[in-house]
Design a binder for this molecule. Structure first.
Ligand code: ADP
Length: 308
């Protein structure tokens, strides 16, 4: 059993257009790195958190610490760990910054303890960490970050996750305008009521998207990515959203929507060439603004958190 482990924890796109709060996928193009070591102090020591020094190092306030503690409580263990986090995903990005830390932490601890849990079981502990960040239990970022591919969260009582391997040639392009939107605030914008007509279109799309993913039907994936409920309410938070979406669709995207609660925007495409053309279209829209931004072109992550 090794005493130290280094892992890569991928970013993730939740909601995926039509699947608000129930769908997410992981991306290989951006993620955190974490180094975990056993210690003999019976304590979780988080230090340093590189690049975002204002993130809490108190293990009760950092999602990594909370997720590790949930796992240790289940095992009835008081093993201590030194945790170093190299954050490449800015918090409040909409690409699962907190989820990457929570998922990465529990996968790494599981490795150091000789793998008492399956990756599917680890999602439960990672969710406890994620709850700290968003104030709500949700798995649509932590499940794909942990498991890779697409994840459908069918239900929470009990937790029921459907894992779907990504179609071979499916690529993602994400633009991350460097402003912060807190998930909690972005949720407060949403009306609690959904008109029946919109709901019908939306669940048609969710079923279509699932079917398209299973059968690698890229046309069906594209037609199904439309979000009639949440995107129209949230897009006001995202600079240049309409212009961005129009350019991305003209560049050949299968679909385009807000990643998580924003400000990141994702699009899916068939093939790398198309994903690169979309990145160029995003760049053209944003280079004339005063905003800093990052663009990632990535395949869908197949395995989620991995030891490096
Ligand atoms: P994101 O979707 O990028 O994860 P959230 O708004 O959901 O953004 O979560 C970010 C919040 O979680 C911030 O308030 C941040 O302080 C808190 N947080 C605690 N620990 C971490 C961590 N290890 N990584 C990122 N955010 C963390």
């Amino acid at each position: 059993m090794s005493e130290v482990v280094k892992i890569f924890a991928p970013g993730s796109v939740s909601n995926v257009g039509c699947g608000f709060d129930i769908l997410g996928f992981a991306i290989d193009g951006v993620g955190d790195e974490m180094i975990l070591k056993k210690n003999d102090k019976n304590a979780i020591i988080i230090d340093p958190v590189k690049d975002y020094e204002n993130l809490p190092t108190d293990p009760k306030k950092n999602v990594a610490g909370v997720a590790i503690q949930a796992l240790l409580d289940d095992l009835n263990s008081d093993q201590g760990f030194d945790v170093e986090i190299i954050k490449n995903i800015k918090p409040g990005s909409g690409i699962g910054s907190s989820a990457a830390s929570a998922a990465g932490a529990v996968v790494a601890v599981n490795e150091l303890l000789g793998k008492p849990y399956t990756k599917m079981q680890l999602v439960d502990f990672a969710m406890k960490g994620e709850e700290l960040a968003s104030g709500d239990v949700h798995a649509d970022n932590v499940a794909p970050a942990t498991l890779g591919g697409f994840c459908l969260i069918r239900g929470y009582n009990p937790l029921d996750i459907v894992h779907i391997n990504p179609p071979k040639d499916l690529w993602c392009t994400v633009i991350h305008p460097q402003i912060e939107i807190k998930t909690k605030e972005s949720r407060e914008l949403l009306s609690p009521e959904v008109p029946l007509k919109k709901a019908i279109r939306q669940w048609g799309n969710v079923a279509g998207l699932m079917s398209g993913l299973y059968t690698s039907d890229y046309g069906l994936i594209g037609r199904s990515l439309e979000d009639h409920i949440v995107e129209p309410q949230r897009k006001v938070l995202i600079p240049e959203f309409d212009k961005l979406k129009e350019s991305v669709m003209n560049a050949g995207a299968l679909g385009c929507s807000i990643s998580g609660s924003g400000p990141s925007v994702f699009s899916l495409a068939k093939g790398r060439e198309s994903a690169d053309a979309i990145a160029a279209a995003m760049d053209t829209v944003f280079k004339n603004t005063n905003l800093d931004y990052k663009i990632y072109v990535s395949k869908i992550s197949e395995g989620g958190v991995r030891v490096i």
